[in-house]
Design a binder for this molecule. Structure first.
Ligand code: SAM
Length: 329
């Protein structure tokens, strides 16, 4: 398999550490400002080298993390433990982070079609996913996207001005599952929320992270997002500075499903507060959020709640007494 870390190392040697650092800084500034990947004016090859070194590992980690939560929701809400999709369409594929994560989550994916407008991204992507069908094109230019079991738009929805149109086209091309992932920022979440509203209008079932298609309670919450931890390579540390051995990528996501679904479990919205004998967990039970306290009185529940983290489905059985208590504060 193609070693993308090694490729990032080779590209860094080609461009030199200082040029790479400056390209990464420009890319990060554009990212923080919510501008699109193509906004930084720099050589395309250098941009892709910077992307591969620092953004690809992060978007890949976000896709892996969302993919696990989605697979769990498919098993529990669609009763499809054996979900085995065969085809994947990746829109705004970059160099293939989302496709790579999806094929690891669902090894049954035999056909991967990746659509990406930047030839330099496609060039690297073809090495990472050699068996995929790569199309160098803008998705607006493809009148009708071909039908695939799974469609993914990873960090690409906010890239264009026509995000609603993209959502509609993407849903039309979805045989079973549509995955949208965006930066875990207020702006990234607003794109996800807009897409959610449109998808519900189009008849989609909302699979994850929401427990149902009821109104999103995020207005009191700032924005709904999750976090994926990724190990930082020596190259990543050298290029981005800092000493920590890991980085937390914040992301917002949505999985839409074609077909009926059972009601989902509440979703853990942030790191639970663990205190001696007591765990406080903030949950989404759309249309509201709720804070529940699990104490040691609920022996099995307490054990389970200890294992749950931000982003997990909350499957703690209530104690016999009034253990799960809503709190409005
Ligand atoms: C932030 S990158 C994300 C890449 C990849 N999906 C990932 O998760 O790492 C966004 C990608 O979408 C591509 N893109 C943006 N608008 C596009 C369009 N209209 N048609 C095709 N690709 C597009 C950009 O060229 C860029 O490679």
């Amino acid at each position: 398999m193609f070693d993308w870390q090694q490729e990032a190392e080779i590209l860094t040697n080609r461009y030199g550490t200082e040029r790479m650092r400056s390209a990464i800084e420009t890319l990060s500034e554009a990212y923080r400002a919510g501008r699109n990947t193509l906004a930084p004016r720099m050589d395309d090859q250098l941009l892709v080298a910077a992307y591969l070194a620092v953004r690809f590992p992060a978007t890949y980690a976000a896709n892996r993390s969302a993919g696990e939560a989605i697979a769990e929701a498919i098993a529990t809400r669609a009763s499809m433990e054996d979900f085995a999709p065969e085809s994947l369409l990746d829109l705004g594929a970059g160099c293939g982070a989302a496709s790579l994560a999806a094929t690891e989550q669902w090894p049954s994916l035999a056909t991967v079609t990746a659509i990406e407008q930047m030839p330099a991204m496609v060039h690297v992507g073809k090495q990472i996913l050699a068996d995929a069908i790569w199309r160098t094109s803008r998705f607006e230019e493809i009148p009708e996207l071909p039908l695939h079991d799974v469609v993914v738009c990873s960090y690409s929805l906010g890239e264009g001005r026509s995000d609603t149109l993209l959502v509609e086209k993407a849903w039309k091309a979805t045989g079973q599952l549509l995955i949208l992932i965006e930066p875990g920022t207020p702006r990234g979440f607003s794109w996800i929320l807009g897409a959610r509203t449109r998808l519900i209008e189009l008849g989609a079932s909302i699979l994850a992270p929401c427990p149902s298609a009821a109104q999103c309670p995020a207005k009191d919450l700032d924005w709904c997002h999750f976090s994926a931890r990724l190990n930082r390579s020596a190259l990543h540390r050298r290029l981005k500075g800092g000493t920590l051995g890991y980085e937390d990528e914040k992301f917002s996501y949505l999985a839409a499903w074609r077909g009926g679904l059972a009601e989902g479990l509440p979703r853990v919205l942030r790191h639970p507060l663990i205190q001696p004998g007591r765990i406080e967990t903030e949950l989404c039970v759309a249309p509201e959020r709720r804070r529940v306290v699990t104490t040691k009185r609920n022996k099995d529940g307490f054990k389970r709640a200890r294992k749950l983290g931000w982003g997990d489905a909350f499957d703690v059985a209530p104690a016999a007494g009034p253990e799960l208590s809503p709190s409005d504060d």
